[in-house]
Write a protein that binds this ligand. Structure first.
Ligand code: ADP
Ligand code: MG
Ligand code: ZN
Length: 447
């Protein structure tokens, strides 16, 4: 059975990304978990959860989180705070994680995808945990802990359950990663765990508007492709259960990328199990309007704004403008714009340039001298001079060899023109100016 015939997917994503601040979230330790050449070298009493360690919040991490909020159309809570979320796991030294519960820094945002808008419920800031390694030493199985990652600033972006397919979830994830990189606040290296995805999935009958009374959460997905596959698998599994009149169990599942299936991990805990309460070591924040305005001012011109402007200024299709503007390094935008201006001044075909650039048809290095880029584009499209004599003899020959087509053309079947044009270009070699050939051929046919 195809679930799409009867049901509608209801999907909400929770995405974690590590911020690339110099130091950790609540202490002065280096924030470089992937660059460290030994375990546990970037640690101190605070991020190891030792008695007496007092956290101090990283100002830059907070400002970057608010900046992300502005870039995604969020409102910002002028009053905000950190809370303790309690649970036990060996990678969490304190026995609780410092996170945000009821007053996240940002709420009510939007991220656009090709399949529609996705509303953001909240963006909050928390600390990452250490990393467990299950391995063996001298034949003995051991579990090791590396706290280099413990206390690294981690933003969590939570959507409303607006996503309707695995493909849309993937597009949303890519867009969010693009924004994080464009703002230059996170590397989002998915393989190393710098960006991690969780999908909440349920199904309802088409036409229903209420949320289903269950959801299944798939945790620890580390690629967009796996997320798409896991969601597709899960939707089919749930539809089969619903078809038998039962409700899927509300639980956390994992993704087995070898078997291409999800598997049950645990029945989910409720918020009250975490005993959230405000962290008494971290005073709450009152952000003034002026301070928030200062943060907002540091935003670069965003990709959709650049797209709109380029569409107008260079008279190109919005999708072409967006293809070009979708670069992760914001500094490339002004460089690309210099090239666009040169193309315009020289009356060159901008769409053709964008196609060449995106498909790597011309070899261009980032930040290369714009005039040199233009030269390369011209060279790629250089046409050879065709002498009048060569042109005349080629036309004569092509017409003589294709009398059928000529006759068709002359009795009104104009579509054979393309075929004759092709014959001309083949005889002459393709680096000739097609406009010139077209005009001359047309004249010859109509004389
Ligand atoms: P929890 O308390 O279990 O973490 P939340 O209500 O905080 O659940 O929502 C977590 C995520 O799950 C959000 O992205 C939200 O949009 C999504 N979500 C909530 N209800 C559903 C549902 N019935 N089906 C799919 N996703 C849902
Ligand atoms: Mg959750
Ligand atoms: Zn530390």
């Amino acid at each position: 059975m195809k679930w799409q015939e009867t049901y509608e997917a209801v999907i909400g994503l929770e995405v974690h990304a590590e911020l690339k601040t110099t130091s950790k979230m609540f202490c002065g330790c280096n924030n470089d978990p992937f660059g460290a050449d030994k375990p546990n070298i970037y640690t101190c009493p605070v991020c190891l959860g030792m008695p007496g360690g007092i956290p101090v919040a990283n100002k830059r991490a907070i400002e970057w989180t608010i900046k992300l909020g502005y870039a995604t159309g969020c409102s910002i809570n002028e009053f905000s705070k950190f809370d303790r979320k309690h649970y036990f796991y060996p990678d969490l030294a304190k026995g609780y994680q410092i996170s945000q519960y009821d007053l996240p820094f940002c709420y009510n945002g939007i991220i656009e995808t090709p399949m529609g808008k996705v509303r953001l419920r909240r963006i909050h800031l928390e600390e990452d945990t250490g990393k467990l390694m299950h391995t063996s030493i001298e034949g003995k199985k051991v579990s090791l802990i590396d706290f280099n990652r413990g206390g690294v600033p981690l933003v969590e972006v939570v959507t409303e359950p607006d996503i309707k397919s695995g493909t849309q979830a993937k597009e949303y994830g890519k867009k969010l990663r693009h924004i994080l990189r464009f703002l230059d606040i996170a590397d989002c290296d998915m393989e190393q765990g710098g960006m991690r995805l969780e999908a909440n999935i349920s199904l309802r009958k088409k036409g229903e508007t209420e949320l289903p009374n269950y959801k299944v959460e798939i945790k620890n997905i580390n690629s967009f492709r796996f997320m798409e596959a896991a969601i597709d698998y899960e939707l089919t599994r749930q539809a089969e259960i619903l078809e038998t009149g039962k409700t899927p169990v509300q639980e956390t599942r994992g993704w087995n990328s070898q078997k291409n299936e999800t598997f049950s991990q645990r029945i989910k805990e409720e918020a009250e199990d975490y005993r959230y309460f405000p962290d008494p070591d971290l005073p709450p924040f009152h952000f003034s309007k002026e301070y928030l305005a200062e943060i907002k001012k540091t935003l670069p011109e965003l990709t959709n704004e650049v797209t709109t402007r380029w569409t107008k200024e260079f008279s190109i299709q919005p999708n072409k403008a967006e293809e070009l503007a979708m670069v992760d390094d914001a500094k490339l935008i002004s460089w690309l714009e210099k090239i666009l201006n040169l193309l315009k001044e020289n009356k060159l075909n901008i769409t053709s340039f964008i196609n060449d650039y995106i498909n790597k048809k011309i070899e261009v290095k980032d930040f290369e001298e714009p005039s040199s880029v233009i030269e390369k584009f011209r060279a790629a499209h250089k046409t050879e001079e065709v002498g009048d004599e060569l042109l005349a003899t080629t036309i004569k020959q092509v017409l003589a060899e294709n009398q059928d087509a000529v006759q068709k053309y002359q009795t009104g079947q104009k579509q054979v023109f393309g075929f004759l044009m092709g014959q001309m270009l083949r005889s002459l070699g393709k680096k000739v100016d097609p406009q010139l050939i077209r005009q001359t051929l047309q004249a010859a046919l109509e004389s």
